[in-house]
Design a protein around this ligand. Structure first.
Ligand code: DLL
Length: 434
């Protein structure tokens, strides 16, 4: 059961590429005949007169952006009539209008299979009990992890996010072995378990976490693993590309395998759109190879990562995303210096005595100001070694060394920062409101 679809998961690179090419040719013809938006774009790109001959020809295709989904709101990008749709999801955008995605029966089956592969790759086995604490509803996390668990024949508790006391009660009484949630919620669950007097080792059977939907660092992984006493694996995806399940970490925990028989990946320079060499860090771009209801060509995710092409110990040749470290539109420019929230997390999580919860606030007086509010580790807080001045100074110095800008550091009592049940909101840019 380490593989859900062994022939597809163990496929050699040359075979994957042959399949990708065959599918790419087909999907380009498909969208050109069915989606007016793509018909026009492909015509502009002269793909009719010079069709796809080899895999690199994907670079001739136009990019699709989130804005294209907005301007075709709500149903403009559907390639099938509404009567063929069996499910919709939507994610909230910054402009108020939701981003709508639709699935026909075939798409739902594909998504389910891919999620089945994710569970198997992470080490889920028959007999596991999944506590699914991703939000059920318009968000794709809940149903994606639900379908995948069932595909593998696992029992799933459709908890949805929130009500942490009840989550803990179920986790103990129902003997959940797998927790599916955002990593920040998993940390919160661990924290609350201790507060409520549970003995994490004795009371729970939890052994594996399927965490994603937000960026998290290697240091954060260690904290989740230590707090909950489990193996924590990373899962990546986005609503536009079905939802979770575009890529998943296997038991090696060394990068997330992209299911490349379904998604053709590229990395580009986010500023110029230039395609980068394999292995270079840039923005991830995916072409959906078999989606029927809403296929997207060269979808620009805004997510930044590096793709590793090396073979993995687990027996899968599907290339790996070496962790999504942030988004190109997440980048803060502070006094002209580029600062990524992931750099701040990396520094904080590496310092002893720093808790898991922090907030980055940026505002502007005359100049830009960076303010990092961070909780002290509860274990450290009451201990004799805790010296707030030294801790504050260490954080300030280390942040300055890495970011090259000064950050005003504020230490907070454990429990001060509001916990979230879904994706954590760690950055507040007050300059945007000025
Ligand atoms: O977050 C789908 C999902 C649900 C993935 C559950 C994994 C687990 P959206 O709400 O559309 O969909 O948000 C997608 O979240 O473009 C990334 O910026 C971020 N993201 C998702 N997974 C990861 C991850 C879901 N593992 C956006 N690491 C994406 C870093 C992630 N960022």
């Amino acid at each position: 059961m380490a593989f859900f679809e062994p022939p597809l998961e163990k496929m050699r690179p040359a075979k994957i590429e042959a399949l990708q090419l065959q599918r790419l040719k087909k999907i380009v013809r498909y969208v050109a005949t069915r989606v007016p938006f793509y018909r026009k774009r492909l015509k502009q790109a002269k793909v009719n007169s010079d069709p796809i001959g080899k895999l690199e020809d994907v670079q001739k295709l136009p990019f699709t952006m989130k804005d294209d989904l907005r301007s075709n709101y709500p149903y403009g990008l559907l390639a099938v009539p509404i009567e063929d749709i069996v499910e919709f999801h939507a994610s909230s955008g910054t402009t108020g209008k939701p981003t709508v995605v639709g699935y026909n029966r075939h798409d739902l089956e594909t998504w389910t299979r891919l999620m089945g592969r994710c569970y198997a790759a992470a080490g889920a086995r028959k007999g596991d009990v999944v506590q699914n604490a991703y939000g059920y509803g318009l968000f794709t996390g809940g149903l994606g992890f639900h379908y995948g668990a069932q595909a593998l024949g696992l029992a799933v508790w459709p908890m949805s996010s929130g009500n942490t006391k009840r989550q803990l009660l179920f986790m103990k009484d129902m003997g959940s072995t797998i927790l599916a949630s955002t990593p920040s919620y998993a940390l919160y669950v661990g924290e609350e378990a201790k507060k409520e007097g549970y003995n994490l080792e004795k009371d729970f059977k939890l052994r594996l976490g399927m965490f994603g939907a937000e960026p998290w660092s290697e240091e954060a992984r260690r904290k989740v693993q230590d707090t909950l006493g489990i193996r924590a694996n990373d899962c990546y995806g986005l609503s536009e590309l079905y939802g979770p399940g575009v890529a998943m970490e296997c038991e090696e925990q060394h990068g997330l395998h992209i299911w490349t028989d379904e998604f053709l990946p590229e990395t580009i320079d986010p500023a110029t759109g230039k395609v980068l060499e394999p292995g270079e860090r840039g923005e991830l771009v995916f072409t959906m190879l078999t989606r029927e209801a809403m296929p997207l060509l060269r979808y620009r995710t805004r997510d930044l990562a590096r793709i590793d092409m090396e073979e993995c110990e687990c027996g899968r040749y599907h290339p790996r995303i070496m962790r999504v470290t942030g988004r190109s539109d997440d980048m803060l420019i502070i006094g002209g210096v580029n600062v990524f929230p992931s750099q701040v997390e990396h520094v904080l999580m590496g310092i002893e005595g720093v808790g898991e919860w922090y907030e980055i606030i940026v505002d502007r007086d005359i100049l830009d100001r960076l303010h990092v509010r961070v909780e002290v580790d509860p274990k450290f807080y009451g201990s004799p070694e805790f010296d707030p001045q030294i801790l504050q100074q260490t954080i300030t110095e280390e942040l300055r060394a890495v970011l090259t800008v000064f950050a005003r550091v504020e230490l907070l009592k454990p429990g001060t920062i509001t916990r979230t049940e879904g994706k954590a909101k760690r950055v507040v840019d007050l300059r945007k409101q000025l």
